[in-house]
Design a protein around this ligand. Structure first.
Ligand SMILES: [Fe+2]
Length: 262
């Protein structure tokens, strides 16, 4: 795939960084992508969070996923108090708009929508009112702040379970306050969270610390599912490569697990 296409979406400095980290020995995503992989984490509804900005950017990335062999994407815009307080209606309307665009372009991949809920006060209100866009059936994709876990984590988890949902914690490998203590991750799993690996973490895209934590969680079999968390075309390009052969089988297994979302 030509890097010239990247230039339309990103500045030259970013491209240089991308090329630099892709220069190691790696295998392509397409070579470990199982049939039936459903991507369950991305930001592909334009203009409502820090993901894609236009319908064209969105359609282009979705078309690339289709060419890769995916038949279904469940995209997950942020819902975050004061930053992206997207209502369920805003997300659903944007989803319908995007589906119309894909149809007009003959892009046949199935696009569904859910959300990536920050575990904050806004989420607490929404879960109490059962105003939730579930992931597939009864799952909810949730994330935590990068600075500290929510002080009312147990209360939030209680509400989630009470309403009959199963929480999937997005990219646990990225939370710096947990990175040095494997028992914290084990406690989260035992309390009822499922874990979703960001595929980009394996290449070092978010730094060595995140990559090493991802490898540790992978070797301890703590992940349940995988997701791209793609926000833009640069990340899509980074996703295509970046897997070391020694991790391929375990990552492939996680992606196979995603077939439950069909
Ligand atoms: Fe995300």
């Amino acid at each position: 795939m030509s890097y010239i296409k990247v230039y339309h979406f990103n500045n030259p400095k970013t491209i240089t960084n991308t090329l630099h980290f892709l220069s190691k020995k790696e295998i392509h995503l397409k070579d470990i992508l199982p049939k039936g992989y459903v991507d369950i984490h991305s930001h592909l509804l334009p203009g409502i969070d820090d993901g894609v900005k236009t319908v064209y950017q969105s359609a282009y990335i979705i078309e690339q996923f289709q060419k890769l062999g995916l038949t279904k994407i469940i995209t997950t815009p942020h819902i975050m108090n004061e930053v992206w307080p997207n209502t369920s209606d805003v997300i659903q309307n944007k989803h319908m708009e995007m589906k119309r665009v894909l149809s007009s372009l003959d892009i046949e991949i199935q696009l569904e929508t859910s959300a990536e809920y920050m575990l904050d006060d806004l989420f607490y209100n929404r879960i109490q009112k059962e105003d939730i866009l579930p992931l597939h059936t009864n799952y909810i994709l949730v994330e935590m702040s990068t600075f500290n876990p929510p002080i009312n984590l147990n209360e939030l988890l209680f509400e989630i379970k009470l309403k009959g949902f199963t929480p999937i914690l997005a990219h646990p490998e990225r939370y710096s306050y947990y990175q040095n203590d494997l028992t914290k991750f084990q406690e989260l799993k035992e309390s009822g969270f499922l874990f979703q690996l960001n595929l980009l973490s394996m290449s070092g895209y978010y730094g060595e610390k995140v990559k090493n934590t991802a490898i540790k969680l992978l070797s301890e079999h703590l992940f349940d599912f995988a997701g791209s968390d793609v926000h833009n075309y640069q990340q899509y390009e980074a996703l295509e490569k970046g897997f070391l052969p020694k991790h391929a089988d375990k990552v492939n297994q996680l992606m196979q697990n995603n077939s439950v979302f069909h």
